[in-house]
Design a protein around this ligand. Structure first.
Ligand SMILES: NC(=O)c1ccc[n+]([C@@H]2O[C@H](COP(=O)([O-])OP(=O)(O)OC[C@H]3O[C@@H](n4cnc5c(N)ncnc54)[C@H](O)[C@@H]3O)[C@@H](O)[C@H]2O)c1
Ligand SMILES: [Zn+2]
Ligand SMILES: [Zn+2]
Length: 348
């Protein structure tokens, strides 16, 4: 079979790999139907994760059909169509019992990282009973791909950790797929004002379409002043960081009001300047973390009503045989006006 394989910094290849087989009784083998590229995969490509072994198949978001089941799998059978969660969970360890699946002692984020992932034709999924979900028939396969990672990430680490409440004024810094997912899922909780901040005007225009009440282009504006002109001098109830760089952390810490929440979603590669000398007095709640995907079943039900405009996040479609071209487009996301790219398995 063909797979997108990581060899090191700026070295990925689409090449022949052996088809995976069952290793443990809780495994299934799936045939991938649709997958996508995540901002995190770009980070890997750019050398952010030297801990990854050369030869690793990348990818952790997608929809598949079950080809083979291990002896211990109870919930799935051959032929079932499934959503693959970016987080693998055993369901029985100390962390799984607290629904902190991100920290599962035999799972967490391992697909396309510590074990071979799903930008390929066939993949092995460990702990299938807890790591896969049946897809309601009213959800399109490509829409379901949005639920592997970005939608639960935005909802859990942005909106729920940020404790967005009815009437709140919230600011979302970063309008990539994760920021857009924060934008969509925050509306479950009826905030009164949603300010989205980014450098990319095209993404800001889309944010307006998806429900932002205000957008700010941080390339040509003093963001702190612009936010306070909208929210009032004290700032916002909830500031959500969905980029992962010091500049955007800084925006969040400057715009959050006393008693507010700062929810960091971005993956940071560097330290930030944490202004504890100004923040200590503000009675803030500051949160951060890796998605648990504990709200995926709920989000699947919400998506099944087709009230969430998830298909608007999909801007490009490629075939698996064209995945190198898809990486190229995704890497030039701003120029190509790309947000989420669907990759169809045309090979098997
Ligand atoms: N915590 C988690 O579990 C989790 C899960 C998935 C992704 N992430 C992280 O979330 C972050 C966002 O992911 P994504 O896929 O949406 O990324 P992305 O790169 O597509 O989007 C980031 C956005 O930030 C904007 N941006 C960059 N610099 C900016 C600045 N100075 N001011 C304002 N906007 C700026 C970009 O224009 C872009 O639209 C990444 O750090 C990713 O690794 C976290
Ligand atoms: Zn992802
Ligand atoms: Zn576990």
């Amino acid at each position: 079979m063909k797979a997108l394989v990581y060899y090191g910094d700026h070295d990925i290849r689409f090449e022949e790999k052996a088809k995976p087989s069952i290793q443990n009784s809780s495994d299934v083998i799936v045939k991938i139907l649709k997958t996508t590229i995540c901002g995190t995969d770009l980070g890997i490509y750019k050398g952010k994760n030297p801990e990854i072994d050369p030869g690793r198949v990348l990818g952790h978001e997608g929809v598949a059909v079950i080809e083979e089941v291990g002896d211990g799998v109870k919930n799935f059978k051959v032929g079932d169509k499934v959503l693959i969660s970016c987080i693998t969970s055993c369901g029985t360890c100390e962390y799984c019992k607290k629904q902190l699946y991100a920290h599962c002692k035999d799972g967490g984020w391992i697909l396309g990282y510590m074990i071979d992932g799903i930008q390929t034709e066939y993949a092995r999924i460990p702990h299938a009973d807890n790591s896969l979900y049946k897809i309601p028939s009213t959800i399109d396969d490509e829409v379901a791909v949005m639920l592997s990672d970005i939608l639960p990430t935005g909802h859990e680490i942005g909106v729920q950790y940020g404790d967005v409440k009815p009437g709140d004024i919230i600011a979302i810094v970063g309008a990539g797929p994760v920021g857009m997912s924060v934008l969509l899922t925050s509306q479950f909780y009826s905030p009164s004002t949603i300010i989205v901040i980014d450098l990319d005007q095209n993404r800001l225009d889309m944010a307006k379409e998806l429900g932002a009440t205000h957008v700010i282009n941080s390339g040509d504006t003093n963001v702190e002043e612009a936010v306070k002109a909208i929210a009032g001098e004290e700032g916002v109830d909830v500031a959500i960081e969905a980029v992962g760089i010091p500049a955007t952390w800084d925006i969040c810490q400057k715009i959050v009001k006393p008693g507010g929440h700062l929810a960091n979603v971005g993956v940071h590669g560097k330290s930030v300047n944490f202004e504890i000398e100004k923040l200590w007095i503000k009675n803030l709640t500051i949160t951060t973390g890796l998605v648990n995907t504990n709200t995926t079943p709920m989000l699947l039900k919400a998506a099944a009503t087709n009230k969430l405009p998830l298909s608007k996040l999909i801007t490009h479609r490629f075939k698996l045989s064209e995945i190198m071209k898809a990486y190229d487009v995704f890497m030039n996301g701003s120029k190509e006006k790309a947000l989420k790219i669907i990759i169809d398995n045309d090979l098997s």
